[in-house]
Write a protein that binds this ligand. Structure first.
Ligand code: PLP
Length: 468
């Protein structure tokens, strides 16, 4: 029936030229995203291999990955132990979808997760992405809290995903999401501001110890900009949530599994959420895997009847290969002491970034970090220099600096960096937790050279491309 369709093959993909690759991307995926990637130099040469801290490009460049691919690489690219368990699973033709049989592999994973989460967090749900994990967590909290307490509180700087509900609750996406319908009964407060939280509690009180608010969702540490609330903030949040029986959801999609030097971001505060969502590092860069964990009290009240057992479910729920990958990831984190390395290398990286800030006060406004979650924030003073590109607007002027640094670091020093989605004056530095001192040093020395020598030239070339 389809004999006349000239399907391309995997071999065709291996051999595709850079030009054809970009053409297909722009035509079928996104012309604007394709343009951005090509401006940054990301479309110049196709990656042919990825291992540990490096991505090898077809033109022979070995690129040091300082992004950890949006922070999801906990143990580097293609960790041999994760490849091995996946290969073995496939070769032994194990059952992939455990829809009808209880899975002992999920049992092992759940057991291990319940050992690393505090208190009685031990009931979990698996899915495929961070947004999906948060959707499930929100539904659970709503069901637990009941019809009269449907109000959800979220924070002004936050990102929880791009499905409808998670988008409504992502404060950092607000300015660009007027096109989409919003979920009802959601109230935004200031991140890290306890008075604002107390204000909405007061405004929504229905009795001495009762409120319309049933759920509070927050990132323990805000990854973009590395915003770290005070310890007293979370202690007070926990106390208030306990008093009013508000379900505290902590989104550890970015910060979970060692990113901040501890297994979870909330551990910096000595508190425990009622539901914790996780993803990214959970799949070790090989599996698209996510989930949430909660207390039996919450899960059992929410889904208490037999006909409610699948009130929240998905087809792709804990596939075999994803599950064994996650089991292996946890073992690798422990065996290779990746939390310890995240803390140690994170401190070293931050101290070296502070050195960069001191040396380039006109370009670097601030540097921040906790564990291997770090960022550089640039001044937008470059505005003066690029006045004549007035039609590009301030946002693009900020991109002038970040864009120049990212382009130059890749082109001249083979280092991969990225800017977070909501603030183009920043570069986020989230390498895999296996990074060593020499790699940090190479990154810092290259950055210094870019900031002192190449920035303006590369920046102008970059802006020219922007206008073309
Ligand atoms: C804190 C946080 N929550 C949720 C998400 C959404 O995850 P996903 O992109 O897998 O849907 C992200 C993604 O970056 C995130 O950083």
């Amino acid at each position: 029936m389809y004999e006349d369709k000239n399907f391309l093959t995997i071999e065709d993909a291996h051999n595709m030229t850079e030009k054809e690759n970009l053409r297909l991307f722009k035509k079928h995926i996104s012309s604007q995203l394709g343009k951005t990637l090509s401006m940054l130099g990301f479309a110049d040469s196709i990656p042919v291999e990825a291992s540990g801290m490096y991505v090898t490009l077809r033109d022979g460049r070995k690129v040091l990955d300082m992004t950890g691919h949006l922070g999801m690489l906990v143990a580097g690219h293609n960790h041999p132990r994760i490849i091995e368990v996946r290969k073995k699973w496939a070769e032994e033709k194990r059952l992939e979808s455990w829809k009808f049989f209880p899975s002992p592999y999920q049992g092992v994973l759940c057991n291990n997760l319940s050992l690393i989460f505090p208190e009685d967090l031990e009931v979990m749900f698996f899915c495929n992405s961070g947004a999906e994990a948060n959707e499930g967590a929100l539904k659970l909290a709503e069901k637990y809290s009941g019809m009269s307490r449907k109000t959800v509180v979220y924070t002004d700087i936050s990102f929880h995903g791009k499905t409808h509900a998670t988008l409504t609750l992502s404060g950092s996406e607000k300015h660009q999401n007027d096109h989409f319908n919003k979920t009802e009964n959601c109230i935004m407060i200031k991140y890290g501001d306890i008075q604002d939280f107390k204000r909405v509690i007061e405004e929504n009180k229905t009795g001495k110890n009762s409120t319309k608010i049933g759920t509070f969702i927050i990132e323990a540490i805000r990854s973009e900009g590395v915003v770290i609330p005070d310890k007293s903030y979370y202690e007070e949040v926990r106390r208030i949530c306990d008093k009013y029986d508000i379900v505290l959801i902590m989104d550890e999609v970015f910060t979970g599994f060692g990113r901040t030097g501890k297994m979870f971001g909330f551990e910096h505060y000595g508190i425990c959420p009622d539901i914790c969502s996780f993803s990214k590092a959970f799949g070790g860069g090989k599996a698209t895997f996510a989930g949430f964990i909660t207390r039996p009290k919450i899960f059992n009240k929410a889904y208490s009847k037999m006909n409610e057992a699948t009130l929240h479910s998905t087809t792709y729920n804990g596939f075999g290969e994803e599950v064994v990958s996650a089991i292996e990831v946890l073992n690798i984190i422990r065996d290779e002491k990746l939390l310890e390395n995240s803390e140690e290398m994170g401190k070293y990286l931050l101290s070296r970034l502070q050195e960069v800030k001191k040396e380039f006060p006109d370009i670097v406004a601030d540097v921040r970090g906790v564990g291997l979650l770090a960022c550089i924030i640039f001044h937008s003073r470059a505005e003066k220099i690029v006045k004549f590109f007035s039609s590009t607007g301030t946002d693009l002027v900020e991109k002038f600096v970040t864009g120049s640094v990212i382009t130059s670091m890749l082109k001249d020093y083979s280092i991969l960096l990225n800017t977070p989605p909501h603030d183009s004056s920043q570069i986020l530095i989230t390498p895999s937790l296996i990074i060593n001192r020499e790699q940090v040093d190479y990154f810092i020395e290259s950055l210094k050279k870019v900031l002192s020598e190449n920035l303006w030239k590369v920046g102008f070339d970059y802006l020219k491309k922007l206008r073309s």
